[in-house]
Unconditional design. Structure first.
Length: 254
């Protein structure tokens, strides 16, 4: 495939996120239970400790579990923000279209490369104003110079010469819960994983490209800047099946 010129015309401001708006987590709900809740709370706790010098509010996990009840398949968003004396909390739960959960190829992501110097960082900021508005159906792929970082709601993997490659969690990229699950599953399946820089050109030349996120799971990437990417293959299917099993059948992950 011929390289496609990277489209970075819709460039976000280099302004930093406003810490006063807080940080958040988005969790999958399956059969009324929040999936990977301990891992999400651990990441949220690390952020509020570093950013605000505070601990997670007491009972946060119990409230997350309560808010998840009654949802067969959904998402739960937890936001924590400083209010002068502590951390205010908010929750929002909603149903998820089953077609968007471990989606098939036709429901995969249409990526559009967007310059984001330094990335969004390792915290999941509630202030998302660095992300530009894109045409309906397009998903931002954040790039720093010639390096791919992550999609706006997911980490990125590519199969290159038989090895699975994902950008390192080097402070510019959110250390995704699903990302960690896929890396662990790959190890169990004997699939080599390397963490090193990826370029848009390498994505276009890859054998498979997929995203990982806490609600969609393993998601095909169908295109980049309008150019078709290779269809999902055996590796992404194997890893998707493994991640789905770990989420939906292992109580220890909840």
């Amino acid at each position: 495939m011929e390289p496609v010129e990277q489209n970075t015309s819709a460039m976000p401001s280099r302004r930093q996120a406003d810490p006063s708006e807080g940080v958040f987590e988005t969790l999958l709900i399956a059969a009324g239970e929040p999936i990977e809740l301990p891992a999400h709370l651990a990441r949220l706790g690390a952020s509020v400790a570093e950013l605000y010098g505070m601990a997670l509010p007491e009972g946060l996990g119990d409230e997350a579990a309560e808010r998840s009840r009654g949802h067969a398949l959904g998402r739960l968003r937890i936001v924590l923000a400083p209010d002068g004396t502590g951390l205010r909390r908010s929750f929002a739960a909603e149903e998820v279209d089953p077609r968007d959960h471990f989606p098939a190829w036709e429901h995969g992501a249409a990526l559009q490369a967007i310059e984001c110097r330094g990335g969004l960082g390792r915290h999941k900021w509630a202030d998302r104003r660095r992300l530009p508005a894109l045409p309906e159906g397009a998903l931002p792929l954040l790039v720093d110079g010639d390096q791919v970082l992550e999609a706006s709601r997911a980490n990125v993997f590519a199969l290159l010469d038989g090895a699975l490659v994902t950008p390192a969690a080097d402070g510019r990229v959110l250390p995704g819960i699903a990302r960690a699950g896929v890396i662990a599953a790959a190890g169990e399946l004997g699939i080599a994983v390397a963490e090193h820089p990826l370029s848009c050109e390498e994505l276009q030349a890859a054998d498979e490209v997929f995203l990982t996120g806490s609600v969609r799971g393993v998601e095909p990437a169908r295109s980049l800047d309008g150019a078709a990417l290779p269809r999902s293959g055996q590796i992404s299917r194997q890893l998707g099946d493994a991640l789905r099993r770990s989420w939906l059948s292992a109580p220890a992950t909840r």
